[in-house]
Design a binder for this molecule. Structure first.
Ligand SMILES: Nc1ncnc2c1ncn2[C@@H]1O[C@H](COP(=O)(O)OP(=O)(O)OP(=O)(O)O)[C@@H](O)[C@H]1O
Length: 663
């Protein structure tokens, strides 16, 4: 019987990666126009930061979002703009009756808000602001300003002229696939912005880029052939670069939505990226068609101390899969197994490589060329790499933000009352080293009562999918905040956690959250937050202590005056009764008052001394309780003596610690 022809729709088809992502753009964080604008900004800013950091430049990044009306967009596309003839044909058409009803409803809402505002003040004013914004957004839709030109300029490495089309016009191509801590990973982000622009405005990317010390600027206008997943270059030029500029400027025009929540997300993203990269400078401009709605924001650099650039490292043997082993075997230039294992993998010395080859058997010798291994021998090698014990990766190739930068970022953007930071040790997950750093703050501006959680992965702020994220879940469910005297429902608590790794277990290509299913990560995040909590508790105790001292000190003048008045009256009148007489005989304070030896000032000075002594005793006792004796809170500081002969004095007592100088 002849085979049946396939039904229409059942024919075998193939898709290019670009087509796949165009059809499933939500996987990469391109869900709706608002989210697409946010993700476009994010992807371009992260490329800019990666690029500047890769050449150890303090990043200087300019971000511009410009409203493009439909009329202007049509002019850019060379499409004639037509005024509407038949209004009723359009989605935004409103009948006279519907318009009247809407205006009445809006007026009522306005009245209600004004009433609430007069009663409740700020909160209501904010609500009114939101309503006004929503109205403006509606007007925006009507005016047709739903298109935006996004431009991001950096002072980074730039891109080699010949590579630009592939880097920006071919999905799944990039320079960040190695084992290295980078924000980018998939070779997708910039291309998704381009695919979205193709799908909505049809306008291409405009790129200017120059490498360091390059005497020309590469200028390109290109888009992507989605069907073939190939760059489509419209224009290419090498322009003069007399000033020796280096970096990249990239523009794309897309459909988007900068109203309401999405404006909030973009601004929040910028604020958070400024927290985690205080060594970077960001200028943000929103250019609206109506100049009154434009915005100009600067997130200034607060430090020149940039963390050392992350380095490329080798694959850890326990992190490789069979396919990767096969690829490494084919790609290596090493001529024997010992050299191959010790040079291509992390944590394998020549000695260990020799032992592994002996253990492999299966006909493989130390001098076997890796490329001559049979499929079975490669399988055996892969098995052994997963069964043998290797030391953990050192983590030296990672670049955590550092406690200093994290603290500075939080202080600069949020100005909290209390802050504690912690940088965890290097830990390992599936052969990839990772470091978790955390800060916990109390109080500060823009903080709501309760937990305010800020998540960062490879110094990317994560704003979406909070409920599923390891950091949110750990902070909200696994920490006993009461143990640190923090009321996590009422206090304004900031929890900032930053994870850096050569492999962040993101869920999805949109890099929006880190899964809660990696035990190593859960434990490290929990330990980092708990350490900050303990430090906050110590700070709170020291603060209470200082407050008590301040209060006692405040009452000293009145107390001294009152006691002195009593003593003066005792001195004026002879002591009555045996008890008072005995007291007077023993101390004869009234006589001392009469002779002027005891004065009000002296009493005040003695009281002050007493308060000071109690305070230092309590500080010492407190430090001992906190584990000074056990060494937990003891810090060794090395001071160079000013002279060869140094005399060490007594212990120095302060409110929060005791300084003891030892030879
Ligand atoms: N501003 C820039 N400066 C220098 N190189 C850049 C810049 N933007 C993009 N590139 C290069 O283009 C490549 C592709 O960028 P793209 O945003 O598509 O993916 P990615 O950053 O590698 O990964 P991801 O999809 O995870 O963001 C990058 O790997 C980088 O080499």
């Amino acid at each position: 019987m002849a085979p049946k022809a396939a039904k229409k729709g059942d024919e075998l088809q193939q898709k290019s990666p670009a087509e796949f992502f165009a059809d499933n753009k939500n996987i990469a964080g391109f869900d709706n126009p608002g989210k697409c604008l946010y993700t476009t900004v994010r992807e371009l800013v992260e490329n800019a930061l990666d690029s500047a950091e890769s050449i150890s430049r303090l990043p200087e990044i300019t971000i511009t979002i410009e409203e493009v009306s439909r009329a202007r967009l049509n002019a850019l596309r060379g499409v004639e703009h037509h005024d509407r003839i038949d209004e009723q044909l359009y989605q935004d058409w409103e009948s006279e009756d519907a318009k009247r009803r809407r205006l009445v409803k809006e007026a009522k809402e306005q009245m209600r808000l004004v009433k609430v505002a007069s009663k409740k003040g700020e909160a209501a004013a904010a609500a009114e602001g939101k309503a006004a914004e929503a109205r403006k957004a509606k007007e925006g839709v009507a005016r047709g300003t739903l298109f935006y030109k996004v431009t991001v300029k950096d002072n980074g490495s730039g891109m080699p002229h010949g590579d630009i089309p592939n880097m920006l016009g071919r999905v799944l191509s990039g320079t960040k696939y190695g084992v290295k801590q980078t924000r980018g990973k998939f070779g997708l982000g910039a291309k998704m912005a381009l695919i979205w622009s193709k799908m909505t405005t049809g306008l291409p990317f405009t790129i200017t880029s120059a490498l360091q010390r390059q005497d020309f600027r590469s200028a390109y206008i290109l888009d992507i052939d989605i069907h073939k997943n190939e760059p489509n270059v419209h224009k290419e030029a090498r322009l003069p670069n007399p000033g020796g500029w280096h970096g990249t400027e990239l523009s794309v025009t897309i459909e988007g939505n900068f109203a309401g929540a999405y404006k909030g997300y973009i601004l929040r993203y910028l604020r958070q990226i400024a927290v985690i990269t205080p060594y970077a400078q960001f200028s943000f401009r929103y250019v609206a068609e109506d100049p009154k709605a434009s915005l100009d924001l600067a997130f200034k650099r607060r430090t020149d101390a940039m963390p050392p650039a992350p380095m490329v490292t080798k694959h850890h043997p326990s992190s490789v899969d069979l396919e990767l082993v096969k690829r490494l075997v084919v790609a290596t230039d090493k001529k024997n197994m010992v050299a191959f294992l010790s040079k291509e993998f992390d944590c394998i010395t020549r000695d260990l490589a020799g032992r592994l080859v002996e253990e492999m058997r299966s006909g493989v010798q130390a001098d076997t060329p890796p490329c001559k291994m049979t499929t079975q021998q490669v399988v055996r090698l892969h098995q052994l790499l997963h069964e043998a014990r290797f030391s953990d990766p050192s983590g030296n190739h990672l670049s955590p933000a550092g406690e200093y930068n994290l603290r500075l970022g939080v202080m600069k953007e949020l100005r909290p009352e209390l802050i504690a930071t912690h940088s965890g040790d290097v830990r390992v997950f599936e052969g990839h080293a990772f470091v978790v750093e955390a800060a916990v703050s109390v109080g500060g501006r823009n903080m709501k009562p309760g937990l305010n959680i800020y998540r960062f992965a490879n110094r990317i702020p994560l704003l979406f999918e909070a409920g599923n994220d390891v950091i949110t879940k750990t902070a909200a469910k696994r920490i006993n905040w009461a143990a640190y005297k923090i009321n996590h429902k009422a206090d304004k608590v900031g929890v900032f956690v930053s994870i850096v790794s050569t492999k962040i277990p993101f869920k999805g290509a949109g890099k929006e959250y880190v899964g809660d299913d990696v035990d190593e990560m859960v434990a490290a995040v929990k330990a980092a937050i708990m350490s900050c909590g303990a430090k906050i508790a110590r700070q709170q105790a020291a603060r209470e202590h200082q407050l008590r001292k301040r209060n006692l000190t405040k009452y000293i003048p009145n107390t001294a005056a009152a006691i002195f008045a009593v003593l003066e009256s005792m001195a004026a009148a002879p002591a009555k009764g045996p008890k008072r007489r005995r007291l007077q005989e023993r101390h004869d304070v009234p006589a001392l008052v009469q002779s002027g030896e005891v004065t009000e000032a002296l009493l005040a000075a003695r009281l002050a001394e007493h308060v000071e002594r109690i305070d230092t005793d309590m500080a010492l006792e407190y430090q001992v309780q906190q584990g000074l004796a056990a060494g937990a809170a003891k810090k060794e500081v090395y001071l160079a003596p000013a002279t060869a002969r140094t005399k060490y004095g007594p212990d120095l007592h302060t409110a929060a610690c005791v300084v003891r100088l030892l030879q």
